[in-house]
Design a protein around this ligand. Structure first.
Ligand code: 3EB
Length: 345
């Protein structure tokens, strides 16, 4: 029996799911049969026959602000199959689905109509296919802070998402973690992870749940959890998917003028979230230095050194980070950070 050299590298010790950040050169070393999903935050990839069947690979047009590895790959220890249903392209194992969906906004009357349609398609597909539980969503679309018909496009997106998700009984209890970031090019893109068994919703004691935000932030509240905790059956491995986290305390934006101070406040928020997970679930995690992979979305490229300076005080040099230029979903927000923590139980 031949053993793929890839298996020695990823996933480590029989993990159900593992994320790596890699680059254009190294991506071809990964065994496509174990790639659950590939999201390219870099320049377009050369067509490559070996990886050609990874239809779930999506390119997100967020300019990279660093030389780091800007291709995110989700790897499973189990063999992966590819399929498509309507607009949804997905790869799946017995317990996990990685889906991508790209819509052309011009096919819809508005961004809220587009997000309503996208989320409805996802909900119907995961129910039909048996991956009923959304774990993590990434939402990317252009001009996120622009007004359209008197409503900011982020808020209109939120309305459509809420309409679609609220058909699920008691839907707020099952909301996944998420990010919503403004891109530079047309195309409404959603990337998500769903599973046959649920994750655990985690909220942040420093922040009001986004799904309870007052109406000052839009006619419908944003449908996401601050994090999702997922216990995998294999390897006593758990993962914490941390949503895009901004300088918001309670429901208010803090430090609209300072990217450095917003970064510090984000770190306070993430540390508070992690402490909450540790205390409520008796897990061996302490703070932001435990995050396995981070993505940092920065509104103005000139601010990157301010952000790096603050992060350096709190992170280990070995932590992989992607720095991307993205528009954050409130106009005063200058930076947002998301991540995944691998936890050994
Ligand atoms: C916030 O906390 C900042 O609408 O899916 C962060 C993560 C934010 C996800 C979303 C929005 C979303 O409200 C914005």
């Amino acid at each position: 029996m031949s053993v793929s050299p890839f298996r020695n590298k990823y996933p480590k010790s029989g993990k159900t799911l593992e994320a790596v950040y890699t680059n254009r050169r190294s991506v071809s070393e990964l065994d496509p049969a174990h790639i659950l999903g590939l999201v390219n935050y870099s320049a377009p990839l050369e067509p490559d026959t070996q990886h050609a069947d990874i239809r779930t690979s999506l390119r997100i047009s967020l300019p990279s602000l660093s030389e780091s590895n800007n291709i995110e790959v989700w790897i499973s220890g189990d063999p992966v199959k590819t399929a498509q249903m309507g607009n949804l392209h997905y790869r799946h194992t017995e317990e996990l689905m990685f889906g991508t969906l790209e819509m052309s906004e011009s096919d819809y009357s508005s961004i809220s109509d587009c997000s309503h349609s996208a989320y409805t398609e996802i909900i119907n597909a995961i129910q039909e296919l048996g991956y009923r539980h959304l774990l993590r969503m990434w939402n990317y679309f252009p001009d996120i802070n622009k007004d359209s018909d008197g409503l900011e496009r982020y808020r209109a997106f939120t309305v459509g998402r809420h309409q679609a998700l609220s058909v699920i009984p008691d839907f707020e209890r099952y909301l996944p973690s998420a990010s919503a970031v403004g891109t530079q090019e047309n195309g409404f893109q959603i990337v998500f992870l769903a599973a046959t068994k649920p994750g655990i919703q985690v909220e942040n004691p420093r922040q009001i749940s986004a799904f309870h935000y007052p109406e000052t932030y839009g006619p419908k509240s944003p449908s996401f959890a601050r994090a999702t905790l997922k216990h995998w059956p294999e390897g006593k491995h758990s993962q914490l998917f941390i949503s895009g986290t901004a300088s918001i305390v309670g429901h208010e934006t803090l430090y609209p003028e300072s990217t450095s101070k917003q970064t510090e406040e984000i770190i306070n928020n993430i540390n508070s979230l992690i402490e909450n997970v540790r205390d409520s679930h008796q897990l061996n995690v302490n703070n932001i230095a435990d995050i396995s992979f981070l993505k940092v979305y920065i509104r103005y490229p000139k601010d990157i050194n301010d952000v790096k300076k603050v992060l350096k005080l709190h992170l280990k040099p070995s932590q992989p980070i992607m720095f991307l230029q993205g528009d954050i979903c409130r106009r005063e927000l200058l930076v947002e950070i998301e991540g995944v923590i691998d936890i050994q139980r």
